[in-house]
Design a protein. Structure first.
Length: 361
């Protein structure tokens, strides 16, 4: 039966592994939907352990955006630690989602967040553990669409053979369009190739199998040519012009175990004004967009009340370059201090960290 829980097979081995709380899905503010009633189901995958994946704000944003749509259902999966993975393979337990313990292979979409090339080896390992064909050319109509997104899609070719499609750029508006198109294609009974044809026509979607890549002798790309007219000559990065409060979770998830970034994270700015030549992210996330300071204040207070965190991180590539950072911190600090909540400002440039900002914090 589709979406049949593997929990009964998992329960006997969880007490024997390190940090079983990683896998039990008991987070506060988690979303659970009826998967069988959804037009499209999505498993968001972070190719690293739970503690690292739950520290990533972007995955939580997409989780919320998808689940706000009544027709869609979204759950999460992470790379299990080696102790659990070995036991899962011994007992033939497939990779599962933490909300319902459903096999990842049963979902319509398996979406990987590609944040670092160091995670690449975990992608085929997770696909194999999920019993999904590792190579996209071997997948059939019954397999999920394997989608990649995140900053590593700036150069997706090293892992292109694992993926059916890439979402290139900001996903807040592009991912719902992708899922709408997929729902329509599935309802029309299209083959996998034709489903990908519809998806390839969307802004920001790159379908690797619709292109032929030839290489020079030294391994560099010589040419990329289309083999299907439904694909554009070149996939273009998509981006949202504004950061809107509705992109962010109303009730942020609180993890079931201590995570690497064990605090509330709120993205206040996307992009960077500096243009350092060594920084890929500074160029990839252009143009600079800021969340309105009034929204930052109201959202922070709401999120703290809904989560109970004792620290809030105002996130960006260079938070001291946020145009209203000092008045924002001076407004927030006393209100949060009353609740014994502290403010952290990660990723600061020394020359932008003023005496006034230090005093405000």
């Amino acid at each position: 039966m589709r979406y049949a829980s593997v929990r009964p097979r998992l329960d006997p081995i969880l007490p024997t592994v390190e940090k079983p709380g990683r896998y039990v899905g008991l987070e506060r503010n988690v979303v659970r939907k009826d998967l069988r009633a959804a037009a499209v189901t999505v498993a968001l995958a972070f190719p690293d352990t739970y503690e690292i994946g739950m520290s990533h704000t972007g995955l939580k944003i997409l989780y919320e955006i998808v689940n706000r749509r009544r027709a869609f259902a979204c759950e999460r999966t992470y790379a299990p630690w080696v102790d659990l993975e070995s036991r899962m393979r011994e007992r033939k337990i497939p990779l599962f989602t933490v909300e319902s313990f459903s096999p990842v292979a049963d979902f319509d979409v398996l979406g990987f967040s590609l944040q670092s090339e160091l995670n690449y080896s975990n992608i085929p390992n997770m696909l194999d553990l999920a019993r999904i064909p590792v190579w996209q050319r071997e997948r059939t109509d019954s397999d999920p669409i394997v989608l990649g997104g995140g900053p590593c899609t700036a150069n997706p070719e090293p892992v292109a053979d694992f993926f059916d499609a890439f979402l290139v750029g900001d996903a807040e508006e592009a991912l719902p369009r992708f899922l709408d198109a997929l729902a329509g294609a599935r309802a029309a009974g299209l083959s996998r190739r034709d489903v990908l044809g519809r998806l390839a026509a969307l802004d920001g979607i790159y379908v690797p199998s619709f292109y032929d890549v030839t290489y020079r002798e030294d391994g560099r790309i010589l040419a990329i040519t289309r083999n299907d007219s439904r694909a554009p000559e070149r996939a273009r990065r998509t981006w949202v012009p504004y950061l809107k409060p509705e992109y962010y979770p109303d009730r942020p998830m609180v993890p079931s175990v201590e995570i690497v970034q064990d605090r509330l994270g709120l993205e206040v700015m996307r992009g960077c004004t500096q243009g350092c030549r060594f920084c890929q992210a500074g160029y990839w996330y252009r143009p600079v967009r800021e969340l309105d300071p009034a929204d930052v204040v109201s959202m922070t207070k709401t999120f703290i009340a809904e989560s109970g965190w004792s620290e809030v991180g105002l996130l960006s590539l260079s938070t001291a370059d946020y145009s209203q950072i000092e008045p924002l911190v001076r407004c927030l600090a006393p209100q949060l201090s009353e609740r014994r909540v502290s403010i952290s400002l990660p990723s600061l440039r020394a020359e932008a960290f003023s005496v006034g900002l230090a005093d405000a914090v």
